[in-house]
Write a protein that binds this ligand. Structure first.
Ligand SMILES: NC(=O)c1ccc[n+]([C@@H]2O[C@H](COP(=O)([O-])OP(=O)(O)OC[C@H]3O[C@@H](n4cnc5c(N)ncnc54)[C@H](O)[C@@H]3O)[C@@H](O)[C@H]2O)c1
Ligand SMILES: O=CCc1c[nH]c2ccc(O)cc12
Length: 485
């Protein structure tokens, strides 16, 4: 059947699509052509109010349901998402420009994994019994209340589910505000959840940019904020949430190191570096964009990398044989081109790429710089595009110190055949999500998130439950109360 890129209305609130045309117009642009594919309106104060009041009303009843009942609805939604995978993938490709060769296998499927996983956990969210001599205590795991999710533009379906699934499993309601750049996919997540039986008001999607996000975060009726976005936005949102002592999850940016030792399997290391720099046209938060390669294998690494990049198929992301698509927007493309210019000006050696691809759409060549030094801007700042910086090293202790010399701490990777070294090095790298002889795997079973400026809290895995619930402790006295007077 296929989805129209123009949704029925801009927002999905209290179980239905709603519109308020007095909100500012948001144009949705297909990154592969630059064509406007939908026109939406930003949420007005009236829409925000409706999202908050319906969310709070619905949450009270939802929290009173049995966990297995909540879980059944989430697992049904997972099944529907898998059945609609093709249509959802086409929509994700229109929203982001990511090629179908990725979206068919990663986005709705990863969202469905989260719904299935947290749906399965929902019936087992218990507290514990605590013996206290003659007395005893117990804990109850309770929902937080009304959660707000704020999304980045690189994984709109996945982010909507990674936040919504644990929130709902724990008995919360969620208002999700997608990135203003990619507003389409989260509406489908809301539709599917309600089709699966989710009561109205529990998963509301409203549109808008920073102002709408700010209004949600600042509202005293909101109990938790989960942001996926950049570090500067994270600082602002965290500070505002702190005013109301709200719970937070911050999934922010990075400049992650990938260390390739001299004994690494060369093709696997090159493959890891490709996944960690060019998948989703480099627009992945955990990317290993500082690739430290042992000096003795540097030229062999670069030669193999250039050969493999030569076979990248760049083009129409709807063609399933294409594996490298456009940047999400012209403004993001310009930011990346600026960094490429800085890399050239700072004297890094351009191994391949480095230019815009002429024609419609926001395409840039996959770009590799070698002989990059730690002080260069392209080795320090998050670029969030297809630009790999290759740096040399010779000594293990030295490369660990250099890898850690960053304010970020999202991810880190090591390629080596020496298993002791692999664990020793990973043990010393300051990052939340690490990889040995692999890069950028993000299964729902493993916690995902960063340390240092890259974030607070974790998404996915059983750990996420702790970030969407709180414990109530109850002391039970079995005898008389002994008061001093
Ligand atoms: N750690 C992760 O899991 C992860 C995943 C994907 C992307 N990211 C990061 O996201 C960034 C790219 O995404 P982006 O450009 O959409 O990020 P962004 O920080 O510009 O925006 C993120 C979201 O926050 C909203 N927002 C902006 N200002 C706000 C404010 N003051 N109050 C409330 N909401 C506000 C935006 O509208 C958007 O929905 C990169 O830095 C990337 O590393 C992190
Ligand atoms: O950027 C978003 C989250 C993420 C981090 N690593 C990966 C790998 C594959 C994905 O589909 C998403 C992510």
């Amino acid at each position: 059947m296929g989805y129209d890129t123009q949704p029925k209305a801009s927002h999905f609130v209290d179980g239905q699509y709603i519109e308020d045309t007095s909100g500012a117009v948001m144009e949705v642009v297909y990154p592969a052509t630059g064509a406007v594919i939908a026109r939406l309106h930003e949420a007005t104060p009236a829409i925000i109010e409706k999202a908050i009041t319906s969310g709070r009303r619905a949450q009270a009843e939802w929290a009173g349901m049995m966990g297995v009942e909540r879980g059944r609805i989430l697992r049904r939604a997972a099944d529907i998402m898998r059945e609609r995978n093709y249509d959802l993938s086409v929509l994700e490709t229109h929203d982001t420009g990511k090629p179908m060769s990725e979206t068919l296998y990663v986005d709705a499927t990863s969202g469905a994994d989260a719904l299935e996983y947290f749906g399965g956990l929902a019936g087992s969210l218990t507290g514990e019994h605590v013996p206290l001599g003659g007395d005893w205590g117990y804990t109850v795991r309770e929902p937080l209340g009304l959660c707000v999710g704020l999304g980045a533009w690189n994984y709109p379906t996945q982010i909507a589910c990674w936040k919504g699934a644990p929130a709902l499993a724990c008995g919360n309601a969620m208002i999700f505000k997608p990135s203003e750049t990619t507003p389409l996919c989260a509406l489908k997540v809301a539709e599917i959840l309600h089709e699966a039986g989710l009561p109205a008001g529990l998963y509301n999607v409203i549109q808008g940019a920073g102002d709408v996000g700010r209004a949600l975060v600042g509202d005293e009726r909101v109990d938790k904020v989960s942001l996926t976005g950049s570090v500067p936005t994270g600082k602002r949102v965290y500070a505002s949430a702190a005013e109301g002592m709200k719970h937070v999850t911050m999934e922010l940016g990075g400049k992650s190191p990938l260390v390739v030792f001299e004994d690494a399997d060369l093709d696997n290391a090159v493959g890891g570096a490709i996944l960690g720099n060019f998948y989703s046209t480099g627009q992945v938060c955990s990317n290993g964009t500082r690739v430290f390669v042992h000096k003795s294998i540097k030229e062999a690494f670069l030669k193999r990398l250039a050969e493999r990049l030569g076979s990248a198929k760049i083009g129409d992301p709807l063609d399933e044989t294409v594996n490298f698509g456009p940047m999400v927007s012209s403004s993001q493309r310009d930011i990346v081109l600026d960094y490429i210019a800085k890399g050239k000006a700072e004297g890094a050696r351009l191994v391949c790429g480095g230019s815009v691809i002429a024609g419609d759409g926001f395409y840039i060549q996959p770009t590799v710089f070698a002989d990059v030094t730690d002080d260069m801007v392209i080795a320090r700042e998050e670029i969030f595009g297809p630009v790999m910086a290759v740096l040399d090293f010779e000594d293990e202790a030295d490369v660990i110190a250099r890898a850690n010399n960053t304010e970020y701490g999202l991810s880190a990777g090591v390629f080596t055949r020496d298993i002791s070294r692999a664990h020793r090095v990973i043990g010393q790298l300051q990052a939340g999500s690490c990889f040995i002889n692999s890069y950028n795997d993000a299964p729902v079973e493993l916690p995902f998130g960063g340390s240092k400026l890259s974030g607070v809290g974790r998404e996915n895995s059983k750990t996420a439950i702790e970030h969407y619930s709180q414990l109530k402790s109850v002391y039970v006295r079995m005898g008389d109360v002994e008061a001093p007077f």
